[in-house]
Design a protein around this ligand. Structure first.
Ligand code: ARG
Length: 465
């Protein structure tokens, strides 16, 4: 047999630099399990339609199983000259079981084989991500439930705005990670389609049964167009887009944690086990996990751009450019999985400094809107009430006081509608609990949101996506 399965028409040996340049084994060896599972299913299908005999099929299958064991025990030898994981396994099979191995590649090409492998790999990763996100969402719910009485300043433009429950902030992230879960579930529908049998590009002359292979591999359907099957990687682009959006959410929760755990804010304390120190400044406790998560979002965005650029303007059908897809795909999946895992472990150990949060609500005029709303309840149009409260803020600012520190006679100078029941309206607890509009920050709303989220998680446990 010749050196390479494709070198029949070549008169020169491949240059060593070309071998190294075209090799992807260092990256795609991770696909060994899916490659072997795919080959076993293909082999069973070939036997089922009598393209090979049952005896040949069982020889090939036991050979593939032995290779799997060798790879897993570290005995398998890799060699750049064999390009990729598909050729490594094929060559080793031929060495182990002889000529019968050469029948495995009937009605198949590496083009549809690699498309199958990446779809199988991504399907597993997306399942892992979905269940990881469920764990993370559960950790968010538990933390929210523990602290439903913690009131903190809510911010817009990173300026104090109105008080909110700390749990309301956490549940905001719950919603984001819920949508990420839904996006992952949706992209799974387009990953979970079986391309094998498309062969190199045009389909095959053999009487194969693609539905049978799909059934063996747990795919609900097969791809409809052989050219498209070996050409497109839009399901990878879509997966990385979903991962990138999820990383945006991670970068935001990380940024909030960095700010909230700073000395200046001091709303939360990160667990010691999830922070690091400085080799020169003894007092430091740095939020490196949050910062790295924030930074890693950039990596995943890079993966998305790489993938889009690799695929852009490629003519039909398979092009070798597409071999570069795996680095981006593995990196996005690994990075996202790592962030999900570390946050799910860190969240239960977060320390909440409820007194500091509440104290921060007593300065910065977070009750100005409520002062205006008070006037509205007494019959004043909102725009007028807004201007009245604005004047009260300017007056208080000049005197270095907060709104609730003004005397009733001072307050009354802005409107005769004020009376001493205004002070109750200006307290953080009242501001929180009067915000009962659906989705607002009242404790009742947050408790119902937590209850609903718990039910959703319990329902998801029974799901099999
Ligand atoms: N290693 C290749 C890839 O990942 C496999 C397909 C190669 N096909 C080919 N005709 N050279 O895309």
């Amino acid at each position: 047999m010749s050196d390479k399965p494709w070198d029949g028409r070549f008169s020169q040996k491949t240059d060593v630099t070309v071998e190294a340049f075209t090799s992807s084994i260092d990256v795609d060896k991770r696909l060994y399990l899916h490659d072997i599972e795919g080959s076993i299913a293909h082999c069973r299908m070939l036997a089922n339609v009598s393209i090979i005999t049952d005896k040949e099929a069982s020889l090939i299958i036991s050979g593939l199983e032995k290779i799997k064991k060798d790879i897993e025990s570290g005995k398998f030898k890799y060699d750049d000259r064999l390009e990729d994981i598909h050729m490594h396994i094929e060559a080793r099979l031929a060495k182990d079981i002889g000529k019968v191995a050469l029948k495995l590649h009937t009605a198949r090409s590496r083009n549809d084989q690699v498309a199958l492998d990446v779809r199988m790999y991504l399907r597993d990763e997306v399942h892992k991500i979905i269940s990881g996100l469920a764990g993370l969402r559960k950790a968010i719910i538990d933390l929210s439930e523990k602290h439903t009485d913690a009131i903190m300043p809510g911010y817009t433009h990173l300026q104090k705005a109105q008080p909110v429950l700390f749990s309301h902030c956490l549940m905001a992230y719950y919603e984001m990670f819920l949508r990420d879960t839904e996006r992952m579930r949706d992209c799974l529908k387009r990953i979970n389609i079986m391309p094998l049998g498309s062969a190199a590009l045009a389909g095959t002359t053999y009487p194969i049964d693609r539905d049978y292979t799909a059934k063996l591999l747990g795919f609900p359907k097969v791809t409809a167009n052989s050219l498209d099957s070996v050409s497109d990687r839009d399901f990878i682009i879509e997966f990385i887009s979903c991962a990138a959006i999820c990383m945006v959410h991670f970068s935001r929760i990380s940024e909030d944690f960095v700010i909230w755990s700073s000395y200046e804010f001091g709303f939360i304390e990160l667990p010691d086990a999830f922070a690091t120190g400085s080799s020169i400044m003894p007092q430091k406790k740095n939020p490196d996990v949050c910062e790295l998560t924030r930074g890693k979002s950039g990596r995943v965005f890079g993966d998305l751009i790489a993938m889009l650029t690799i695929m852009k303007s490629l003519p039909l059908s398979y092009n070798r450019d597409m071999q570069e897809d795996k680095t981006a795909m593995f990196d996005a999946a690994d990075t996202l999985n790592a962030c999900i895992a570390i946050y799910a472990r860190m969240l239960p150990n977060l320390k909440i400094k409820k007194d500091v949060m509440l104290k921060a609500c007593s300065s910065g005029y977070l009750n100005a809107t409520d002062m205006a709303d008070y006037l509205v309840t007494k019959g004043m149009p909102f725009r007028e009430a807004h201007s009245c409260a604005g004047k009260a803020v300017a007056f208080a600012l000049k005197r270095g006081k907060e709104l609730h520190e003004l005397s009733l006679s001072e307050i009354k100078t802005f409107s005769h509608l004020f009376s001493d029941d205004v002070y109750e309206v200006l307290t953080p607890a009242s501001m929180i609990n009067r915000r009962k509009s659906f989705g607002g920050t009242s404790q009742g709303n947050i408790l119902s949101a937590i209850k609903k989220a718990k039910k959703d998680i319990a329902k998801e446990k029974g799901r099999n996506d």
